[in-house]
Design a protein around this ligand. Structure first.
Ligand code: SME
Length: 168
């Protein structure tokens, strides 16, 4: 399935405005969390042309790699470590304009220049994080945070009680 934009290469907020209904349609009536997260990573990578898109699940005191699109990544990140562990600890979206300037950044690809991590909550606790890497410096801003947090809300609505016991 392709992701369609009416204006290819249009502004990023217009791209998200067109992407989000397509993400909602992709999820449709599907309840399987892994299937839905997998399609979201593909929609974001190929729709927005990001370098790496993926999820990490909170499991005990670590994050563990979930569905992703891109080159292989580190599988486990401790609480509070790296950009992902910091977003989990601070329970908020973190934007890093220059990954080399972020203390403790965990490098998975030599091509990564900037990064955004958005937590997904369930019952007011971080359940997983969405991590996106870009090969361009300062590629993420408030527009990305705004729309990716919308996607986080869409995911949150799809997390079932079975998912929280299975993956948490
Ligand atoms: N850079 C992340 C690690 C995950 S990879 O980017 C896929 C971090 O510092 O947490």
């Amino acid at each position: 399935m392709d992701i369609h934009f009416s204006i290819p290469g249009g502004s990023r907020d217009k791209q998200y405005e067109e992407l989000i209904p397509q993400v909602e349609a992709l999820l449709g009536g599907e309840h399987d969390l892994i299937a839905n997260l997998s399609n979201i990573t593909a929609a974001l990578k190929y729709g927005m042309n990001f370098l790496w898109t993926g999820f990490y699940f909170v499991k005990g005191r670590e994050l563990v790699l979930g569905p992703f699109q891109g080159t292989p990544a580190c599988t486990r990140i401790p609480f509070g470590k790296g950009v992902c562990g910091t977003a989990w600890k601070e329970e908020q979206t973190i934007i890093v304009n220059d990954v080399d300037a972020f203390p403790g950044h965990i490098r998975c690809s030599s091509e990564t220049r900037s990064e955004i991590v958005v937590p997904v909550f369930k019952k007011e606790k971080v359940f997983l994080v969405l991590d996106i890497d870009s090969s361009k410096s300062s590629d993420f801003g408030e527009t990305d945070a705004h729309y990716l947090e919308k996607i986080s809300g869409i995911i949150e609505a799809k997390i079932s009680p079975e998912d929280t016991s299975k993956y948490g």
